[in-house]
Design a protein around this ligand. Structure first.
Ligand code: ADP
Ligand code: MG
Length: 391
């Protein structure tokens, strides 16, 4: 049975093309729950697929021209040609879809033209990975419509390659893995040394995640990101001079790091400490959750934010203020910045029965202190990408 959002997409599809879609694929957005900047240090990340998703409707057509719209955003169908997929206009949203097609073709598979429509209840460009949701829902729809069948890992790599090569954004596999391997009421544990999903970890019932956007956009995110990354690499290289088995900060534990406190540059030491402790927090979080100890899990979220604030310095006053409010409001058992930092979103783990009130209160307190109006989005961990069988 179609959900309301799927019915809206099917209706928009019919009024654009005068026919029903053959099928609709769905792929969710994601949240980084714990494991901040650990991916490029070959460490661990706990993420969640959210229920908010992107839906991709498709119907194969004849000829060389593909048509596609995005409900509520680019309502009028736009066109591109199958024979000139490699040509791209910078900043065009269709690049995410064309990049997926290029990657499918590069793997030696054929497809024809199509009419398509997209709809999403994910906020765009807000750190919840609407781009991966678009790529993965598109890829699944292409597979079902054109008789292809990629493994979930290959599907993730197609989405990633579309971003890396076609959009030109250097991202890892977290977004696509999370969108594909999500499970209801569970988190996803990824290992970025092996580049794989280790397992799903269930969250005790009765809790929601509220996403509060600081609405701060930092202009220097790329250069800050690069200096953080270089610090981590320098710290690992320095430690490796004394310990041959160390390749990245993944190989260092906090006790071992302490032996190098005097040997490392003080800034590199603090950056390394954040990474090393984040990896340990992720593994502790898994064991707390497996014991059903949500309170200790929540405390790790607060600890992670504190480490971002002090050691990694990838927070900002507005994010710090959101976390301060989280400490003082009833019902919240953990909160932290989520994603790259320097602005962007924060996540708040809140008891279900307090969630509505909490969302209203944090928005009001944030507005009062900063003058910034923000949304508070209620999220639950949901299932991964799917596509009903072709009729
Ligand atoms: P995030 O992935 O964090 O949401 P990105 O900048 O990586 O942010 O991706 C956002 C971009 O992805 C949008 O600017 C748009 O080009 C494209 N996009 C994502 N979802 C949709 C959608 N439903 N319709 C059209 N374009 C979309
Ligand atoms: Mg993205």
């Amino acid at each position: 049975m179609k959900t309301e959002i799927e019915r809206k997409l099917a209706a928009d599809f019919e009024s654009s093309y005068g026919k029903e879609p053959l099928l609709i694929a769905r792929a969710p957005g994601r949240l980084e729950i714990l494991g901040n900047h650990t991916d490029y240090n070959e460490g661990f990340v706990l993420s969640a697929a959210v229920e908010q998703s992107t839906f991709f409707a498709i119907s194969p057509s004849k000829g060389d021209i593909c048509r596609i719209f995005s409900s509520g955003w680019k309502d009028k169908p736009e066109e591109f040609s199958i024979s000139t997929l490699e040509e791209k206009t910078p900043g065009d949203w269709k690049n995410y879809v064309k990049g997926v097609l290029c990657e499918i073709r590069r793997r030696g598979f054929q497809f024809g033209s199509f009419d398509a429509g997209v709809i999403s209840d994910l906020p765009l460009s807000s750190g919840m990975s609407s781009s991966a949701a678009l790529e993965i829902s598109a890829c699944l729809a292409f597979e079902k419509a054109f008789g292809l069948d990629f493994s979930p890992v290959e599907r993730a790599k197609i989405g990633q390659a579309s971003e890396n090569k076609y959009i030109g954004v250097k991202t890892g596999l977290l977004d696509q893995f999370s969108s594909i391997f999500g499970k209801k009421d569970s988190l996803i544990l990824c290992d970025f040394r092996e580049n794989k999903v280790l397992r799903n970890v269930s969250i005790p019932q009765g809790y929601s995640i509220i996403v509060v956007n600081s609405m701060i956009k930092h202009d220097l995110v790329d250069s800050d990101y690069n200096t953080r990354r270089k610090s981590c690499e320098r710290a690992a290289a320095e430690i490796a001079k004394f310990a041959k088995n160390v390749r990245t900060l993944r190989d260092v534990d906090s006790k071992f790091l302490e032996e190098f406190r005097g040997k490392l540059h003080i800034v590199d030491y603090r950056r390394a400490r954040h990474i090393v402790e984040e990896n340990e927090r992720v593994l502790s979080a898994v064991s707390y959750l497996e014991k059903g100890d949500i309170l200790s899990f929540g405390k790790l979220l607060f600890d992670s934010h504190e480490s971002s604030r002090i050691n990694f310095e990838n927070s900002c006053p507005e994010l710090d203020y959101l976390i301060e409010i989280a400490h003082s409001l009833p019902g919240c058992i953990g909160a932290r910045l989520s994603g790259g930092g320097f602005g962007g979103i924060s996540i708040h783990l809140v008891k279900d029965d307090e969630a509505g009130k909490y969302a209203r209160r944090i928005q009001a307190a944030y507005l009062l202190k900063t003058g910034i109006k923000t949304d508070a989005l209620l999220c639950r961990a949901g299932g991964g990408a799917e596509c009903a069988e072709k009729k």
